[in-house]
Design a protein around this ligand. Structure first.
Ligand code: CTP
Length: 435
């Protein structure tokens, strides 16, 4: 590994990170042409030094970041978004798959704990000094002759020894979201939070730091946590440090995560689409709260409240699912989500971990066989068979699904026969004229 003082070989770096090398090459050229000091900063520097794939590009500009971003957008035909308050800009590549974030190197001050920072332009050293952890406070110059790692807080040494360390004791008061970030990095990289930093986290949580930031900001951090490749260790650690309980006293305890120990791989019945997997973790995270608690928490939003209602009902129905002799349609009646959010697979994946064996077996069959059963006839078929336009069509389709689930019908013909039993032979005209 290179020592912090060694010149950093940007050329090798570009070759090593093929994914981004073309874009970084462009930034490098534009920075050299405009003679503005430009640096790769934060996460990509850390990830490169660790030898793990970088998943975004963060560029700090000592000058106008939006101006350099504009040049990149023009040169690659990308889409530019500018956030004037912070002097930041993002360029998305034409195919939209890659984003490059540009920040104007800045100094930050916080008017009060938890507030969004006030910013003013600064040097690269100022910019690194406003950051969360030493391992995220390094920069590599691009565009000029000099390519030595800029590492004023000894991040390289902490990276080598695996330590998460803040730059100053008020870091978590200034920005309590960093509590979750510290936990994420610690667990993602198998590092250890430094003792002094741990004490600062405990003091910040004890002092109610999470109460100084909005629900959506906390929600955003939880979203990052459950999107980690392995969320369970981070969630366990957040529980252990009291970070979840500080959000709401009814959030999960260690025992809850013990039940989900098997979730290091995707359990049977979980949505096959890996991108949806965080939604299972989201259900797990809010599983221990009642719908009323969610609805009155800082993180309430219509979507989350609807999901919480489904989870609430589900928890109450787990014992009903153990009743002997339930038909498939009765199981569906217990498990279908009336809000039609398609949230069932996520919540039910959690339910599997808490259900008695009989109930778990029914949940599994619901997820793999019964949930997607639909009648063979469609609404238009029913109208042709004489079912009058109106709510009766939906009711008939529901009844047909039930019949198919329970094996009463097995073909379109069976379903037609059943419908004709419900509809008078003259297609309902006799009933209409009788009214
Ligand atoms: N940062 C910070 N404090 C925060 C958020 C971000 O100091 N609350 C800084 C860190 O220097 C971080 C950089 O902004 O490296 C970019 O933030 P982000 O994209 O969230 O993190 P990454 O370092 O890219 O890490 P990840 O792999 O989690 O995306």
């Amino acid at each position: 590994m290179l020592a912090a003082s060694d010149a950093f070989p940007v050329g090798i770096f570009l070759d090593a990170e093929r994914h981004y090398s073309d874009l970084l090459g462009q930034v490098r050229k534009l920075a050299a042409d405009s003679r503005v000091a430009t640096y790769l900063v934060g996460g990509p520097v850390r990830d490169h030094l660790l030898g793990v794939p970088m998943h975004d590009l963060d560029i700090a500009v000592v000058g106008s970041a939006p101006a350099l971003a504009q040049k990149l957008a023009d040169s690659v035909g990308g889409r530019l978004t500018v956030h004037p308050r912070f002097g930041t800009a993002t360029v998305r590549t034409p195919e939209g798959s890659r984003a490059i974030d540009f920040v104007t190197a800045r100094r930050e001050t916080y008017a009060r704990p938890g507030a969004l920072p006030d910013v003013e332009p600064g040097t690269i050293i100022d910019d690194l000094g406003r950051r969360d952890f030493t391992i995220n406070a390094m920069a590599i110059p691009i565009g000029g002759e000099d390519s030595a790692l800029v590492d004023p807080h000894n991040g390289r040494a902490d990276l080598d020894t695996g330590i998460i360390r803040t730059l100053h004791p008020n870091s978590f008061q200034d920005d309590p979201t960093r509590i979750f970030r510290a936990i994420r990095y610690e667990q993602r990289f198998g590092f250890r939070i430094a003792d002094a930093t741990l004490a600062d986290i405990e003091a910040a949580l004890g002092g109610g730091a999470l109460g100084t930031i909005s629900g959506p900001r906390i929600d955003n951090e939880l979203g990052h946590m459950i999107s980690e490749a392995a969320p369970l260790p981070a969630l366990r650690r957040a529980t252990e440090l009291g970070a979840l309980a500080a959000i709401h006293p009814s959030m999960p305890t260690a025992a809850h995560w013990d039940r989900l120990e098997g979730w290091s791989s995707v359990p049977p019945g979980a949505p096959a689409d890996g991108r949806k997997w965080p939604a299972c973790w989201d259900a797990a995270l809010f599983w221990t709260l009642t719908a009323d608690q969610v609805a009155s928490s800082a993180m309430k939003n219509p979507y989350r409240t609807r999901r919480a209602r489904y989870i609430d009902t589900l928890k109450h129905r787990l014992s009903d699912l153990t009743v002997q002799g339930l038909t498939p349609s009765e199981v569906c009646a217990l498990l279908d989500d009336p809000s039609s959010e398609n949230f069932e697979p996520y919540a039910l994946t959690v339910a599997l971990a808490f259900a008695e064996p009989e109930a778990a077996e029914r949940i599994r069959r619901y997820l793999t066989e019964w949930r997607d059963v639909k009648p063979l006839l469609r609404g238009s078929d029913l109208l042709e068979l004489g079912v009058p336009v109106g709510p009766g069509v939906g009711e008939a389709l529901t009844a047909l699904r039930k019949a198919r689930l329970d094996g009463v019908t097995n073909s379109r013909r069976d379903e037609r026969d059943l419908v004709l039993q419900w509809v008078p032979r003259d297609g309902g005209r006799s009933r209409q004229s009788a009214n």
